[in-house]
Write a protein that binds this ligand. Sequence first.
Ligand code: PEP
Ligand code: MG
Length: 320
Amino acid sequence: RARAERQVAHEPARTLDAALIEVCANVTGHEEARVAHEAGADGIGLMRSEFLFMAQSRAPDEQAQRDIYQQALDGMGAHPVIIRTLDIGADKQLDYLSLPPVPNPALGTRGIRLMTRHQPLLDVQLRALLSVRPLDRLGIMLPMVTEAAELVAVRERLEVLAQEMNLEGRPALGAMIEVPAAALCADQLAQVADFLSIGTNDLTQYTLAMDREDPDLAGRADVLHPAVLRLIDMTVKGAAMHRCPVGVCGAAAGDPQAWAALVALGVDELSVEPARVAAVKAGIRRLDRAALSRALRDWLDEPLDSITLRQRLEQWLGEH
Ligand code: PEP
Ligand code: MG
């Protein structure tokens, strides 16, 4: 079966009831883009740009960044590539930024909050991103968004830079949904974003107030907690009000049971490790989305914990 899965991995994946689900890849480096392409990914759903900044003792300049981003686009053929702006703070530090220690870094100045405070750093990254071609294959994604104003501010800045650079095209601009506030206000974000992408790693951490790095909580910090699923459901519904596409780029997108729950809740795209692309596409082709959606909504009315829900999903997927 694995060989047959690999062969059809390059074709788009539709559920049995004909819903097209894009299966993209998460990558850290530009070399990995080619791996993702070969694995059959429909695009890059998340390129974490941190790797570029953490590998050195100084921030990479505009040209160095542009080269890397361009290589990521070149490696993906005709497919779209979403690059996330630098997501630093909390667990990820940069020596040259000398961020002051704070008592609660996970709730501190991180992600887009940090970048808007370091405007020159953000400008260099935005200019490098605006230099890639073709721009219509690029999506720029902002991490740790809590309100629409953050995205609007970056869009305005992009506009100024694009005009300075005499550009005609504009890249797509999207927000990560990884803070409960963003999920609760997804309909507002969908009005100003070109796409949304749910970061289930942080969304789970912040919803359940369980540190994603804490080994004692690892078994309980599960995306299948009904509270997290409700926030994902709200995100999909809020986005649908404004015809804004929604993906998932957290680890849940490639999780053996959770991916199916995400599809059943109505997400349009899953972004997974390149090695998972073929298997997730194969699973989508065997899934009756409407049927699982009905079953899942019934289960979510019951007082179920994530362990039981995981068992039900596993059993349902085995039987169907
Ligand atoms: C997430 O939070 O789910 C995510 C994709 O971002 P990261 O894992 O890089 O925080
Ligand atoms: Mg995150």
